[in-house]
Design a protein around this ligand. Sequence first.
Ligand SMILES: Cc1cc2nc3c(=O)[nH]c(=O)nc-3n(C[C@H](O)[C@H](O)[C@H](O)COP(=O)(O)OP(=O)(O)OC[C@H]3O[C@@H](n4cnc5c(N)ncnc54)[C@H](O)[C@@H]3O)c2cc1C
Length: 465
Amino acid sequence: MAIVWFRRDLRLHDHPALRWAIEDFERVVPLYVLDDALLKGRWASANRAWFLAGALESLAAAIEERGGRLAVIHGDPRSAVVAFAKSIGADAILASRDHGPYGRARDAAVTIAATGVGIPFLAGRGLLVHEPEDIRRADGGPYSLFSPFHRRWSELPLRAVFDAPGAIPTGDLAADVAATAGRIAGLLGDPRPTADPALLLEPGEPAARARLVRWAASDALRDYHIGRDRLAVDGTSRLSQDLRWGTLSPVEVVERCGGPGAGPARFRAEIAWRDFYAHLLRSEPRVRHESFKREYDAIEWQTDEALIQAWRDGRMGYPIVDAGMRQLRATGWMHNRARMLAASFLTKHLLVDWRIGEAHFMEHLVDGDPASNNGGWQWAASTGTDPQPYFRIFNPTLQGRRHDPTGDYVRRWVPELAAIPGADVHEPPPGAYLPRIVDHALARARSLAAYGSASASGRRNGPAV
Ligand SMILES: Cc1cc2nc3c(=O)[nH]c(=O)nc-3n(C[C@H](O)[C@H](O)[C@H](O)COP(=O)(O)OP(=O)(O)OC[C@H]3O[C@@H](n4cnc5c(N)ncnc54)[C@H](O)[C@@H]3O)c2cc1C
């Protein structure tokens, strides 16, 4: 009997550990552990708890349709998983390998506990397209630059994509662990999202697969290299929450979007960014707390709580940035271009520590992912792996005119400006909108000075240890 321990891979299609279990074992017990360290820890989020509940409900229903049962237990996985395995007489525990610092520490502890009682715990591929050991520099080290990483990533063949199993032979499970569909949200405390429920995407594997099928056949994928930067059009896949929770396999996403042309190629490159940041967090776990380029931790960040709250509320007087922040709060998602502008504004214009923005995004994003979010924030703050210097400071007005040329995106999320036509919405007449919280030119000069002096002191002191 094998336990398949589901974590960030809440699907039956293309699930390598599940496939292995079905092929090699007579009984397969799917397991999910409600872990307070994740549900109530540093990155707790009502929106993600809601999505998780829906994805688990859907997984439990799909398992039931195949004659199986999902076991759900509550506890610290470091002891609870092995105790459960012993209690049901399991011969092995299988899972998809997690690369985040918490997941690795947890899995190392489970490995020790499982080995102690003679039950192998084996975690393999499943969360990424390519694993960290697949993509190495010539000297064996990990890449910290995206371009060479992406070249290597694109050359590697994809592994085969597996079908969902037709039957899952779980056998009998004790009533207190067999969590039938319809009861799981209750086990999670019926989480209520902070976003508008009408604007959240449906959780679960069937909804995710429908989104993938639509996206793979769409004109938007063909034109992705252009449409991805247009804020008011549906030019991106909206698959991020499905990749975050594993209701889609990233390998299957890449395979189905494997066609020729600039659009699909650019789309696959974005999935490569996801792998890149996961590999980076594995090789440099310190980036959770520190700037990748350490010298920028010397910046004297502003701590004015009123400014920070105005940013969180989308009330800074720059319509394009305000629109993004309000989209985040209302929908639990934000367009990538808006994420870049909002993050750049906080760190460069307001000179506020990127970690404060990172935490706010993690509170709201349904796709909130420690690796991609940290990578995105450090990219925007110029403290990350991006070789571009800190001089990139987006002009919000020009960015608005370029990426929202009709003004529709701003009017949608900033209804106060609904009467201003076209791109004029990016520069409302005096008195028509909130005053600008900072002046662009002054903020830019201040940011260049602060970053410049941190960079110069980094050069003087040499690399920090
Ligand atoms: C400050 C900031 C924070 C971010 N935080 C997150 C986060 O917490 N979780 C997250 O999944 N993405 C994050 N991103 C990346 C990106 O904004 C989202 O993945 C994207 O907007 C999701 O929408 P989509 O699925 O329509 O993307 P598409 O454009 O359709 O891209 C397809 C997929 O590629 C991946 N992807 C795309 N861009 C990136 C990127 N820059 N880095 C890593 N993966 C990428 C995502 O899995 C995405 O679903 C962040 C970006 C920035 C600038």
